[in-house]
Design a binder for this molecule. Structure first.
Ligand code: GLU
Length: 288
């Protein structure tokens, strides 16, 4: 079991997905992560979250690194740089995810699910039956007993879901937003840990990597608060000590909408090409 002493040296991380250009929202979160690591005299790790092979592009990853450098962000470990807990690209860490999948399977925490996306959408009849990942899983494939998945040697061909303890209160103290409370089964349902196309899901990969890379504080957008509650269930199931959490306020555009990768006009790349300086970008962020 991994555990950190309260005075363990600070280790933070930037975990961008190379599926689009960095925009102002990412810049804001990453600048905060950079400041927090510097203030703690800690280490900053870059992790390339390139598991989505359909959408990840090496050229987008290179563009992201360039933008991070331009933003003045410096890190000490990452792809190309190395470090004690590499490799730092998720596409090279499959063995770690498989080991965690086996532990979860053996402990009866997960189960195979054969429902299609269409099945899930059809099962939902009211808005409260959806969460930030889509329809709350109605439990169709959830086995009645706890364990019994040992006959599956590998997570192939079907989705695998984490069975959430219905009604369990999950709380954590966010270093930016204070105490957070969620209820498993109401705020989110049984979530994916491995996808039928044989790709580990974000929730599992993120926990495995943050623990293996000895991250002591996760800085990321407030859109992931519910994912933190899900991830705490995985930490507990794997017997791992969770890090501290600092969620950053979301940046919204002038129409009150959240920035997304499709807002190319607000991509750092575009702003740079328009001749904006780092100071201009900081001013824009302050204004938002
Ligand atoms: N790759 C994820 C994203 O870009 C990282 C989320 C996280 O920081 O945990 O949304």
């Amino acid at each position: 079991m991994a555990s950190f002493s309260i005075d363990a040296p600070y280790r933070g991380r930037l975990a961008p997905s190379p599926t689009g250009l960095l925009h102002l929202g990412h810049a804001s979160t990453f600048l905060i992560a950079d400041i927090r690591a510097r203030q703690a005299d800690g280490t900053l790790v870059v992790r390339n979250e390139d598991l989505d092979t359909q959408r990840s592009r090496p050229e987008l990853y290179r563009a992201m690194l360039e933008d991070l450098h331009w933003l003045g962000i410096r890190w000490q470990e990452g792809p190309g740089l190395g470090g004690p807990y590499g490799p730092y690209s998720q596409s090279e860490r499959r063995e770690h995810y498989l080991a965690a999948w086996r532990t979860l399977r053996d402990g009866g925490f997960i189960y195979p699910c054969r429902c299609s996306r269409k099945d899930l959408v059809q099962a939902v009849s009211a808005p409260q039956e959806t969460d930030d990942e889509g329809p709350i899983y109605p439990g169709t494939c959830r086995p009645l007993g706890g364990a019994g998945q040992e006959e599956h040697a590998a997570p192939v061909g079907v989705n695998w879901r984490f069975r959430v303890p219905d009604g369990m209160a999950i709380g954590f103290d966010d270093r930016r937003f204070g105490p957070q409370h969620f209820a498993a089964g109401r705020d989110f349902g049984d979530f994916l840990v491995w996808r039928r196309d044989d790709v580990p899901a974000y929730q599992l990969a993120c926990v495995v990597d943050d623990a293996a890379m000895r991250i002591t504080e996760v800085v990321r957008g407030a859109d992931l608060l519910k994912s933190t509650a899900r991830q705490l269930l995985i930490y507990r199931a794997l017997g791992l000590e969770p890090p501290e959490w600092y969620h950053c306020p979301l940046i919204i555009d002038s129409n009150g909408r959240r920035l997304a990768k499709r807002h190319d006009a607000l991509a750092i790349r575009t702003l740079r090409e328009q001749g904006k300086t780092l100071e201009d970008v900081r001013r824009m962020l302050a204004g938002m």
